[in-house]
Ligand binder design. Structure first.
Ligand SMILES: [Zn+2]
Length: 160
């Protein structure tokens, strides 16, 4: 799925779990969105909104995961980024609730990618086999309709 869909899904997941979308501080929403984009650092052209604001040297360094890991490989496991983000918050490297929100955005990314035929290794390194359902094709009609619907739902939840 593309970045916009992942961010929309992350926002919807936060709303579903009771984080009032219109009450979240902007920085918390950005942490959620960043978490929702994080796994695609393993793709040369993925996670662009995370890479673009970086100075050129750091932008080049942010390309390293794309060379080290194949797309939808280890960085698309529930056992990699989400626990790291939760640990970062628990150890005080990320203020609460930013670590939880980033982990939630990341988890929603991984579960969404598991709805595509290519799937993801959700439990890597314990289980290396990819989990995937042929429900949504990346860039297909369903995905293109999903992001605006989710954003509308997110805003609606915030107005209640
Ligand atoms: Zn992905």
């Amino acid at each position: 799925m593309n970045g916009k869909t992942h961010v929309a899904l992350g926002l919807a997941a936060a709303a579903a779990l009771g984080y009032d979308p219109l009450q979240l501080p902007v920085a918390a929403t950005l942490a959620l969105a960043a978490g929702a984009l994080l796994p695609d650092l393993d793709h040369r052209y993925g996670a662009k909104p995370l890479r673009k604001p970086l100075p050129p040297v750091l932008r080049q360094l942010a390309q390293v995961p794309a060379y080290l890991f194949r797309h939808r490989g280890p960085l698309h496991s529930l056992l990699v980024f989400p626990p790291l983000l939760l640990a970062a918050q628990a150890l005080g490297y990320l203020p609460a609730p930013y670590g939880v929100l980033a982990a939630l955005g990341c988890a929603s990314h991984l579960l969404a990618d598991a709805l595509t035929p290519a799937g993801v290794p959700l439990l890597w390194p314990l289980v290396r086999r990819r989990v995937g359902l042929p429900l949504v094709r990346t860039g297909g009609r369903i995905e293109r309709a999903l992001a605006p619907l989710l954003l509308a739902g997110w805003m609606w939840v915030g107005r209640r």
